[in-house]
Ligand binder design. Structure first.
Ligand code: FAD
Ligand code: EPU
Length: 342
């Protein structure tokens, strides 16, 4: 295993922040992960795990080892009449996996097409889009304990998935490095086309009878229209989670703001944070190279040479305006790394 020094992280974070790692290595196997842990212990270095860096805010140079998880491979480990259990290396690219499942007549991931990042990062925040979350197809994961080097299997319940949340963002934060994820996929599709613009998009594509591939394509087309491509404009997708509040509080806000966008989810209502931010006048805001996307206010952007502090400064101001106008708290979605930030 090779350890590089003074390694630029600019190509490894989708915001494109120009920061360096004191050390960098790429893990192709569980043994590599353990080697990296040993290297950190022997040299008293902190360890930061990265997939494709599409959900991180790197505030400054990292004074330790940044370990990219690059474990590849897919294997069908079990099948019955209706389902297939597929074990995937954590370093596989998520969207390539979605395409591979569709090419192999395996279903469940179609609405999650084109989400950036790796398979190993997907359980960290239980990725979700267009009415589906990872947890619907998740079976288990294998992860190396950062303290003992032991390989541990977590089943779905143990991951404690929630909206953009899992045990790995809470009680077990920074305690495990995911090496493999096992998904349970269906042999026959159960299409979910009720969310947002999927049906309209299928019509505009000329699709008469939808199948899983056309749903994935519809989702990809909507995403490409709405979200900035990090290759062109640096970003980490939604910068904030959509707040979840009681029906009572929603009704109170509705009195003053009848157009507020909220989606009932059982006893609670999920509010469109993008709408809140737009109402506060932030859509399209720009200060030097840091800004708020002009099509989607939930996405903060780096037009070229912004640094993380400029983005965090805008984020803080957005939180204050949303608090003042709506009495709602916004929670940052990506993981922020820097001194004094946990
Ligand atoms: P990274 O950014 O590298 O890491 C994210 C966090 O996970 C870090 O804390 C890291 O330490 C940890 N981590 C990564 N890999 C491992 C591992 N193997 N073991 C342990 N910890 C690990 N997300 C959605 O849910 N839905 C969306 O629709 C969506 N759209 C997006 C659109 C754009 C344009 C962008 C840029 C991002 C979007 N995201 C979305 C966020 C992002 O794609 C996901 O969070 C993705 O899972 C991150 O993968 P990654 O490999 O880039 O993780
Ligand atoms: N809206 C506005 N103004 C804006 C942005 C949005 O009024 O500036 C309105 C839209 O018109 C729409 C509603 O808000 O009526 C919701 O917008 P959208 O469908 O774009 O979805 P979102 O709630 O902003 C969430 C996820 C995305 C995911 C999409 C599709 C979160 C935090 N974000 O965005 O996930 O792709 O739904 O399911 O839940 C991510 O997590 O990084 C991410 C991109």
């Amino acid at each position: 295993m090779q350890f590089e020094t003074e390694y630029s992280l600019k190509p490894h974070n989708s915001f494109g922040f120009d920061v360096k790692a004191s050390f960098w290595a790429s893990a192709q196997s569980i043994d590599d992960i353990r080697d990296a842990q040993r290297f950190c212990q022997e040299n008293s270095l902190p360890l930061l795990v990265l997939g494709e860096g599409s959900n991180v805010v790197l505030v400054e140079n990292y004074p330790g080892l940044v370990l990219k998880i690059a474990i590849q491979g897919k294997a069908i480990i079990k099948a019955d009449e209706a389902k297939v259990w597929l074990k995937v290396g954590a370093g596989e690219h998520w969207h390539s996996l979605v395409q591979w499942t569709l090419d192999n007549d395996l279903y469940g991931l179609e609405n999650l097409a084109l989400i950036p990042g790796t398979v190993g990062a997907a359980p960290i925040q239980n990725i979700g889009a267009y009415g589906v979350e990872l947890q619907a197809s998740f079976y288990s994961l294998d992860a190396v304990c950062r303290e003992t080097g032991e390989l541990v299997r977590f089943n779905k319940d143990e991951c404690d998935f929630g909206y953009r949340d899992s045990v790995f963002k809470g009680a077990l934060r920074d305690r495990y490095i995911i090496s493999h994820v096992t998904l349970c996929l269906a042999k026959t599709p159960d299409l979910k086309t009720d969310y947002g613009d999927i049906k309209t998009e299928l019509v505009s594509m000329g699709v008469v009878v939808a199948d899983a591939k056309s749903v994935a394509e519809a989702v990809a087309r909507i995403r490409q229209r709405k979200l900035p491509d990090p290759e062109v404009i640096g970003n980490a997708g939604s910068f904030f989670k959509n707040p979840i509040i009681s029906h009572e509080k929603f009704a109170q806000i509705q009195v003053k703001y009848p157009n507020i966008i909220g989606y009932a989810e059982g006893d609670l209502v999920k509010i469109a944070a993008g709408w809140l931010i737009e109402q506060c006048g932030w859509k399209g805001y720009r200060s030097n190279d840091a800004g708020v996307h002009d099509q989607q206010s939930l996405v903060l952007v780096n037009y070229g040479n912004a640094d993380a502090r400029q983005i965090l400064d805008i984020a803080q101001k957005i939180c204050s305006s949303v608090r003042d106008s709506f009495d709602l708290e916004l929670e940052v979605e990506p993981r922020v790394y820097g001194v004094g930030v946990r």
